[in-house]
Each structure stands twice: as C-alpha cells, then as structure tokens.
Design a protein around this ligand. Structure first.
Ligand code: GRF
Length: 220
C-alpha cells in the first residue's frame, strides 16, 4: 500500500504546520506531506515547509480579480495532488462549497475555541470577555458551515485569574500542537472516519469528542 498523502493549507505563521511536520518526522503520523499551499506569499509557514524539504505552493488570492477564480485555482491545484487528507492549519479563506462537497470527510480544521462556542475570529478575547473559566481548541471535520463540522477532539484548559489575551492564546496554541497531530494520526491510521456526517472512531459511532485536559487523553 502506498503511503497516504496530506496537503496542508496555511495563511500564517505555521506553528501547527510545524507540529504536524515534527509528528511526521517522528513517525507518529505515518503519512507524507505532499505539499503546503498558502494564499499568502509572505506566510512564515512556507519557510518552515521549505526547511523540511516539503513542496510549497503559493496561490495568492490578491492576484485574482474575483473570488471564484481563486477558488477554482485552489480547487484544481488540490485535486491534482490527490491527497488522502487535507489539513487546514490557520488557513484564513473560506473554502468553496463544491470543494468541501468533493472532499467531504477528508478535510480537518483546528479552531481556537471549545466549539460550538466562539466560532469565527478573536476567540480568546471573546472567551475572556464572556467571563468563562474554561477555554481551549477543537479539531473538527470541515462542513459547509463555518467552524461547524463534527468535532473530533478538544483540548481544554482553565483560564487563570488576570490572564490576558496573548497569554491565553499562547497556552491554547501549545495544546493545539498536541491535539492536531493526534487527530491526523487517527485519520491516517483509519481509526477516524466521517460517515453520513457522524464521526466513527475505531468503527464505533461516537457522540462525544475525545478530550485532552490536564495532560490526559480521554478517548471518545
Ligand atoms: C491557530 O490559532 C488555529 O487554531 C487557527 O489559526 C491559528 C494558526 O496558527 N485556525 P499557526 O499558523 O498554526 O501558528
């Protein structure tokens, strides 16, 4: 059997990308990253990919007159790569519906909140403003509604007294680097599948996501 391939889409610093690259190098994820695609030519993550010897592709959205032209270019590029899994790692563009439909069950995203809370941007600030005592991150399958697909795993932490947005974001990001490679490894090993929009883990339909909290993993 050939090694499964992953395509990773980024827009920014690529710290999750780096965590995934490390997990591939350490053989915790038994797959090959066939390309890293960025919609921003200046994304730091591109340098991280190149340093790891991974093919990088830039599809600069500002170079297209219309959004659908960018969408078409991205869709065509990803389709040509024929990935087994598409990983969104800080990719700040909304994917076209046809793309999501075509690759349904094969696109994962990480979002810095305990979904379904705080979809969208500025999640850490909103969690603080809401006075929450817990916060975290979620890995989910991508569906046609923003930040709404079935959740695979969450990482939870307690918000500290007087913690500011930057400090909280940093602590959440550290947890992201743990749970994202885990979820990707499960998918690559065939333990994690999306069937009829429901998550199956080890061939069982699961109702609750896996949880990483206090350095302990609770499987679904
Ligand atoms: C992370 O906070 C992730 O949850 C969100 O975008 C950010 C990406 O950070 N989707 P990085 O580029 O992986 O450092």
């Amino acid at each position: 059997m050939s090694t499964p391939s992953i395509v990773i889409l980024i827009s920014g610093s690529g710290s999750n990308l780096q965590a995934i690259i490390d997990a591939v190098v350490e053989k915790k994820i038994r797959a090959r990253i066939s390309a890293v695609i960025s919609n921003r030519p200046d994304a730091l993550g591109l340098k991280k990919a190149a340093a790891a010897g991974i093919k990088t592709i830039v599809i600069d959205h500002t170079g297209f007159a219309e959004r659908r032209q960018f969408d078409a270019a991205l869709s065509q590029q990803v389709a040509e790569l024929e990935p087994d899994l598409i990983v969104l790692a800080g990719f700040m563009r909304i994917l076209p519906a046809a793309f999501i439909d075509h690759f349904t069950g094969r696109i994962l995203n990480i979002h810095p909140s305990l979904l379904p809370e705080f979809k969208g941007l500025h999640t850490h600030r909103r969690a603080l403003e809401a006075g929450h005592d817990q916060h975290g991150a979620s890995v989910h399958f991508v569906s046609n509604e923003l930040d709404s697909g079935p959740v695979v795993i969450q990482a939870k932490l307690e918000i500290l007294d007087d913690e500011d947005e930057t400090a909280l974001a940093g602590r959440v990001l550290e947890l992201e680097h743990i749970i994202y490679p885990l979820a990707i490894a499960w998918f690559i090993e065939g333990r994690l599948r999306l069937i009829d929009n429901h998550i199956h883990f080890d061939n069982k339909l699961i109702k609750e996501a896996a949880l990483w909290q206090h350095e302990t993993l609770t499987l679904p």
